[in-house]
Ligand binder design. Structure first.
Ligand SMILES: *[C@@H]1O[C@H](CO)[C@@H](O)[C@H](O)[C@H]1NC(C)=O
Ligand SMILES: *[C@@H]1O[C@H](CO)[C@@H](O)[C@H](O)[C@H]1NC(C)=O
Ligand SMILES: *[C@@H]1O[C@H](CO)[C@@H](O)[C@H](O)[C@H]1NC(C)=O
Ligand SMILES: *[C@@H]1O[C@H](CO)[C@@H](O)[C@H](O)[C@H]1NC(C)=O
Ligand SMILES: *[C@@H]1O[C@H](CO)[C@@H](O)[C@H](O)[C@H]1NC(C)=O
Ligand SMILES: *[C@@H]1O[C@H](CO)[C@@H](O)[C@H](O)[C@H]1NC(C)=O
Ligand SMILES: *[C@@H]1O[C@H](CO)[C@@H](O)[C@H](O)[C@H]1NC(C)=O
Ligand SMILES: *[C@@H]1O[C@H](CO)[C@@H](O)[C@H](O)[C@H]1NC(C)=O
Ligand SMILES: *[C@@H]1O[C@H](CO)[C@@H](O)[C@H](O)[C@H]1NC(C)=O
Ligand SMILES: *[C@@H]1O[C@H](CO)[C@@H](O)[C@H](O)[C@H]1NC(C)=O
Ligand SMILES: *[C@@H]1O[C@H](CO)[C@@H](O)[C@H](O)[C@H]1NC(C)=O
Ligand SMILES: CC(=O)N[C@H]1CO[C@H](CO)[C@@H](O)[C@@H]1O
Length: 782
């Protein structure tokens, strides 16, 4: 028989279905055997052979050279037959073939080998203690070799499972290790990841590896955790795509490498960067660029192999992060979009010292930013809250700091100065302009940029009325400004500073308000002298400026730190007699400048309110006439001597029966005059109050803090105090609501010059002794 004819016969036999019959009992010395012969000879392979025949692969196998066939023995099919989908249906002969390699197990060195195959998944061969495994399936009939083909048959004790696709393998590995979620999320966020991983070696960083080199924000960005980058503007999106492509490609090597890699080899990843890859001696562990050996090595998927790592040190090396990317990682892609829309993206790309206060993403995505309002979220410097506040804490106990925002272009309103904001610290955390909570006290830091997340969008300070916090109680001042039509100040290309009487300023000054309401000239003089055409902040220490006030005068203003105080600033204005004290950094910003709420009234020197005018304001003009009767007493009134005066309401005069002609008019008046040194007792409602007459008055308060005054030994003639006027702010003075007027106390500050500032380091109360008052008290039967 010549070779040709034999070939012909072998080719024909399967067609005739006679293979089995003819090859049933070939002699061991039959010289021209094929792999099909081997399968036929051995009854253990009958199931596999039947499938090969049924699928029509006999001819293919007979014509093949230089290969290895892995043939499951019959017992390997037992389980498979019962499994739902029939094995045969999915049978692919290539899964069982290794081309261009005639495997001879007996010659294999101990170790693990990764055999790549052209058309299908690689195979993992392991030789260990004289036993050989293919993808962990034991080779039970090794090295059966036909004589007529250059091939070997390896009998294996189970069918080969098709390796899972990459995504399934990663899920499986994550279940195994609980450490592979990040890469899984990252890779599957590519819709076309198969294109990257096809026929490749994938170096998979474990979560611990990612966590070592990326923070959560960076991971959010890379994996597009918030699913917004796909929809973001083209430039942002382009950078993101480049970054993640680069990261993925960094981890992929074209072609399949694993198992024993003698001496290590240098390869190039898909970014064309070199990687040296080596295995341990038996090929079970892999290391890349001197990383630790991988816990997860040689894990095969459909078209490649995976090695997992916890210490790839080049993971982050080739990715550059900036503020823009961080904002995406913080779920603030809309904010980035706004910046692009306003041509402000430079702010998050230039790498200059910057702090960003970024509103956390909200459901309301249409935020209606304007260019100024978005700039107000930026500072052209690095603000480290913990540092700014802790440092000062030790020295000055400051709980508020003022910063310049990046909105500096309002020439019309602020003269090109930057609009400021302040950050205050309270137990609950840090707040911007008293309203917007800062969510992270440690900034996210990237390059020269600090990022703080805040609860809501910052609002640029609005007009005066909107900017003043209600708790500052500025409403009386606002009402008076409104009367003067000064709530909207004209644009002056400089900005305004307003010393606004708020808080307690108007307490005990009901009479003054009444007077100012009745005399617009005086009101104009007062308020316009408290408004300056210049921006002066409470931390502008040692600033000494000549500025114009709204009244039209040029005055000089000096701002000084009150050294002894924890947080007071002294503002001295040349035409205001008393120094003004404001809490440092309690400035309130509005769209045209800054307001310093002050807690007592300060009058310009030009504004003189005489006692006569005040008494007239009370409505009890007679009182003045009564004093005119007596020369000595009238001089007390005219010269503002150091007395306080009780003034009865006009309606109570007739009840008292007193007239100019009364014989006891002098006694009456002296009873109403209270020497200055007794005034404090009256203000405190404390102890006996000796009048000029010598008679003593008693004072008491009821549970509503109404103040009552009576004669020492006649409680039945008690009167209630209604209004007071104080030049000076004092604590614990009661102001009685304006009900049926009975009695009025008018307190007038003595004209003394205060050295208050230099001495006011402690409590205001300590300085009461400096306060001398001229009080007018008017009474009536209660
Ligand atoms: C089998 O391998 C030999 C040696 O490598 C080669 O010369 C021959 O062409 C191969 N045969 C086939 C059919 O690939
Ligand atoms: C058999 O195949 C192997 C693998 O391709 C090859 O190295 C060897 O040279 C071949 N032998 C012959 C005799 O063709
Ligand atoms: C392979 O391992 C076996 C036992 O595990 C040992 O007897 C044998 O010498 C090893 N072969 C080589 C080449 O190291
Ligand atoms: C892998 O690439 C090959 C050839 O380019 C292609 O035929 C095959 O479909 C790809 N596999 C996957 C899973 O994309
Ligand atoms: C791996 O190490 C080599 C040599 O240090 C280096 O040149 C290469 O850039 C590294 N690979 C990557 C992806 O960083
Ligand atoms: C991300 O922002 C969107 C609004 O843009 C919001 O609906 C979503 O809840 C945010 N996600 C998280 C995790 O905060
Ligand atoms: C100033 O100090 C007082 C008392 O120490 C404190 O209540 C107040 O909040 C401080 N004000 C500022 C602006 O720090
Ligand atoms: C009103 O106030 C002005 C300025 O203080 C003063 O000159 C004028 O006399 C006052 N008029 C009355 C009626 O009190
Ligand atoms: C203000 O001037 C005083 C005295 O010259 C100096 O001690 C102080 O440090 C200055 N303060 C500031 C804030 O510059
Ligand atoms: C006071 O006396 C004068 C003269 O006796 C008289 O003209 C005047 O009407 C009296 N006034 C009052 C309020 O009784
Ligand atoms: C006020 O001064 C008078 C006279 O000097 C004195 O008798 C009186 O006790 C003083 N009153 C107070 C409360 O000090
Ligand atoms: C700096 C200053 O003026 N200190 C004064 C504070 O008040 C005391 C009296 O209580 C004076 O003696 C100090 O000179």
């Amino acid at each position: 028989m010549n070779i040709k004819s034999i070939k012909y016969i072998i080719w024909l036999l399967p067609i005739l279905g006679l293979t089995q019959a003819l090859l049933q009992s070939p002699g061991d010395d039959f010289p021209f055997s094929t792999v099909i012969d081997i399968l036929s000879e051995n009854v253990e392979f009958s199931t596999f052979l039947r499938i090969i025949q049924k699928k029509g692969h006999v001819q293919y196998l007979n014509e093949l050279q230089n290969f290895t066939l892995f043939a499951p023995v019959n017992s390997g099919f037992v389980k498979e037959d019962q499994i739902t989908h029939p094995f045969e249906e999915h049978f692919n002969i290539e899964d069982y073939l290794m081309h261009d390699r005639v495997l001879e197990v007996r010659d294999l060195e101990n170790g693990t080998y990764l055999e790549k195959r052209a058309k299908t998944a690689p195979l993992l061969l392991t030789k260990y203690e004289h036993r050989c495994f293919i993808n962990e399936i034991t080779v039970v009939e090794p090295d059966l070799q036909p004589s007529f083909q250059n091939a070997s048959v390896q009998g294996i004790d189970n069918v080969l499972q098709t390796p899972p696709p990459i995504n399934e393998l990663l899920v499986q590995l994550d279940e195994e290790t609980q450490d592979l979620k990040m890469f899984n999320d990252f890779m599957t966020s590519f819709s076309d990841y198969n294109a990257y991983t096809n026929t490749s070696t994938i170096l998979v960083p474990l979560d611990t590896n990612f966590q070592k080199y990326f923070n959560a924000i960076e991971m959010n960005y890379l994996s597009d955790r918030y699913k917004k980058l796909g929809k973001s503007n083209a430039i942002s999106q382009g950078k993101w795509i480049a970054d993640r492509n680069s990261l993925l490609q960094e981890l992929i090597i074209d072609d399949i490498y694993g198992g024993i890699l003698p001496n290590g080899i240098t390869l190039r990843n898909k970014n064309d960067r070199s990687l040296s890859i080596e295995s341990n001696s038996d090929g079970t562990l892999i290391s890349v660029n001197n990383s630790d050996y991988s816990r997860i090595s040689n894990r095969i998927f459909e078209i490649g192999v995976v090695h997992g790592f916890s210490g790839l040190d080049f993971l982050r090396k080739h990715i550059h992060f900036d503020a823009e990317k961080y904002l995406h990682g913080l779920n603030c892609s809309e904010f980035v979009k706004e910046l692009y829309f306003r041509d402000l993206e430079e702010l998050i790309q230039n790498g200059d010292r910057t702090t960003i206060f970024v509103p956390q993403a909200s459901f309301n995505e249409d935020r209606g930013y304007t260019k100024p309002s978005i700039l107000y979220h930026f500072v052209e410097d690095k603000i480290n809250l913990e540092k700014d506040f802790s440092l000062l804490h030790k020295v000055q106990d400051l709980s508020t700091q003022i910063y310049d925002s990046a909105f500096c272009s309002s020439a019309k309103r602020l003269g090109g100065h930057c609009q400021k904001f302040k950050i205050s610290r309270s137990n609950g955390g840090y707040y911007i302009n008293g309203r917007f909570k800062i969510l992270n006290t440690k900034p996210y830091e990237i390059g020269n940029t600090y990022i703080y997340s805040i609860e809501d969008d910052l609002k640029l300070p609005g007009d005066l009325v909107l900017s003043l916090p209600p708790q500052d109680h500025c409403s009386i001042s606002l009402m008076l400004l409104k009367d003067l039509d000064l709530l909207n100040l004209p644009s002056n290309h400089k900005g305004y500073t307003i010393l606004l009487p708020c808080v307690n300023s108007w307490d005990n000054n009901d009479l003054t308000v009444d007077y100012l309401k009745s005399n617009k000239t005086a009101l104009d003089l007062l308020m316009k002298n408290l408004i300056f055409e210049e921006l002066i902040y409470s931390n502008d220490y040692n600033v000494s400026a000549a500025v114009k006030n709204l009244y039209g005068n040029s005055v000089s203003i000096q701002v000084e730190e009150v050294v002894e105080s924890r947080n007071l600033t002294k503002i001295s204005v040349s035409n205001i007699k008393e120094d003004i004290f404001v809490e440092r950094n309690s400035d309130i910003f509005f769209d045209q400048g800054v307001v310093h709420p002050i807690n007592r009234l300060n009058f310009p020197v030009d504004l003189k309110i005489t006692l006569k005018e005040l008494i007239e304001t009370t409505g009890t003009k007679e009182m003045f006439n009564y004093f005119e009767v007596f020369h000595d007493l009238s001089s007390i009134i005219r010269n503002n001597e150091e007395y306080s005066l009780l003034v009865p309401t006009a309606s109570s005069i007739p009840l008292s029966g007193i007239t100019v002609n009364s014989t006891d008019l002098r006694l009456f008046l002296e009873l109403h005059l209270i020497p200055a040194n007794e005034t404090q007792n009256l203000l405190d409602c404390n102890g006996a109050i000796t009048t000029k007459l010598g008679k003593q008055l008693n004072c008491r308060k009821d549970h509503l803090n109404n103040v009552f005054v009576s004669m020492q030994d006649d409680w039945s003639k008690e009167v209630i105090i209604l209004k007071k006027r104080l030049h000076f702010w004092l604590e614990n003075l009661m102001c009685v609501p304006d009900r049926q007027a009975h009695i009025l106390i008018l307190v007038r500050q003595r004209e003394i010059s205060f050295t208050f500032a230099r001495n006011s380091s402690r409590n205001w109360n300590d300085h009461r002794s400096y306060v001398d008052c001229f009080i007018i008290i008017l009474y009536d039967n209660h």
